[in-house]
Every structure is written in structure tokens, then in C-alpha cells.
Design a protein around this ligand. Structure first.
Ligand code: C5J
Length: 234
């Protein structure tokens, strides 16, 4: 089985039982002039993730790995948005209000979509989630179980919010999680550093941390047989 150099110790990767999970690479978070920037953030700390993540995505596609894209957002009537989430932050442009790219974090709006560079292709799972974690109020666990997935490579944004919540949810469900440091991004360099440290602390309390350069050799040598189609929610 290919081994990936990682912290706190090498990660054994079986592409047949590993899914690539890409968290919330949505225009609302990433595009200059969008919701993320409206909140006062520097989006370049997120956009630098796009290139290495695109390389990993291409390698995972070539191997036929299960690929899951998530999108944070809500129904148009916002009946799935908890009042506490809506009120939090006392934002001038709250969830559901008219933002630069349509209603902020509302399904079907331009800003809610995944950026073109990482656009899902047919057969890839697109998972709409109302919360920060990808397991909460979604069928992710069922899809992974049916596909006999036991490990996750987790990528996307933001490191300390939706990525971390998903990693913790996955860890509690018994998945081995490998995080790619250059394929996750935070608006805050401090949160990025501490977020990564927390994953691998205490002997890998939530999982392993490596980067795309260390992972890619493990994704090249083998090719998986075509897997059964997984229903997409696109
Ligand atoms: C946030 C996310 N930061 N995808 N969402 O609100 O991390």
C-alpha cells in the first residue's frame, strides 16, 4: 500500500477506500469582491489553494477515486437556516441578503456555486450542507459507507471552520483523515497554523497533515477499476 510522508507519522493510503473531499470552494468565499471579502477578509489566502488542489483533483480523477464536493448554503426560503446562525456576527450583508453574486449562501445563486477551476464533473458527489460540517444533516455517511470508504483526504476552505468541523465529524465516525496543508485555506494565517497543528497534535488526535507534493506520488502508480456511479445532487 502506498505510504504518504505526513505528520505525526506516515499515512497508509489505499486509493480504493479513500475519498477526496473538497469543502466549500464556492464563489461566495473565494471570489474577489464577494461575500468573504465583504466581511473584511483577504481572499488571496484562499485563492492560493486553487492550483495545488486542482492538481490533486486531476490525479484523484485519473485514479477513479470517489470525489465529494460540498457547498455551504440554504434553501431559498431559508427554512433550514437556524436563527442563531443568521443572527451571528450582526453582519451588514447576512446570509440570504442580496450580495455581490446574488443572495449570500443561498442554493442556486451564482455565489453559492463552486469556482470554475474546480467545477464538479459528472459522477462526482455534490453535497449541499446547511451547517459547517459535511456530515451534519446530509447523507455523506451513507454514501461513504456504500462506497466502502474508510479514509478521507480533506481539502478546501476554511481550515478552522468547515474543514475542521468536517474532520472532527469524520474522526468521530471512525474515518482516517489526511489533511493537505497547501490545499486548505483560512482568511487568518494564525487560524491556518493553529488549525493544522490541532489536527496532528497528540499523536494525530484528529488525523494526519501533509501537502500535495508529498501525496501526489502515492496517487500516480495505480489505477482503480471503474466504480459504481454514485448519485449526484447537482
Ligand atoms: C465559513 C466555511 N467560514 N466554509 N464557512 O463560514 O468554512
Amino acid at each position: 500500500m502506498p505510504t504518504v510522508p505526513a505528520t505525526p507519522y506516515p499515512f497508509e493510503l489505499d486509493p480504493a477506500t479513500t475519498a477526496l473531499v473538497i469543502i466549500d470552494m464556492q464563489r461566495d468565499f473565494l471570489l474577489p469582491g464577494g461575500f468573504g471579502e465583504l466581511l473584511g477578509n483577504d481572499v488571496s489566502t484562499l485563492t492560493k489553494v486553487i492550483e495545488p488542489l486542482g492538481t490533486v483533483l486531476a490525479a484523484a480523477r485519473a485514479l477513479g477515486m470517489l470525489i465529494v464536493h460540498t457547498r455551504e448554503g440554504h434553501r431559498t426560503d431559508m427554512s433550514d437556516c437556524p436563527p442563531a446562525k443568521l443572527a451571528r456576527g450582526r453582519l451588514d450583508t447576512p446570509i440570504g441578503s442580496e450580495g455581490p453574486f446574488g443572495r449570500v449562501l443561498i442554493r442556486g445563486e451564482y455565489g453559492h456555486g463552486i469556482i470554475e477551476e474546480l467545477a464538479p464533473t459528472d459522477g462526482e458527489v455534490v453535497l449541499d450542507k446547511p451547517g459547517k460540517g459535511a456530515f451534519y444533516a446530509t447523507d455523506l455517511e451513507l454514501l461513504l459507507r456504500n462506497a466502502e470508504i474508510t479514509s478521507l483526504i480533506v481539502t478546501g476552505v476554511t481550515t478552522e471552520v468547515c474543514v475542521h468541523t468536517t474532520v472532527r465529524e469524520a474522526n468521530d465516525r471512525g474515518y482516517d483523515v489526511l489533511l493537505l496543508a497547501d490545499c486548505v485555506g483560512s482568511y487568518s494565517p494564525e487560524c491556518q497554523r493553529v488549525g493544522l497543528d490541532m489536527i496532528a497534535a497528540q499523536g494525530g488526535i484528529f488525523g494526519w497533515v501533509t501537502d500535495s507534493a508529498a501525496l501526489l506520488p502515492a496517487l500516480l502508480p495505480t489505477r482503480l477499476p471503474p466504480s459504481a456511479p454514485v448519485p449526484s445532487t447537482v
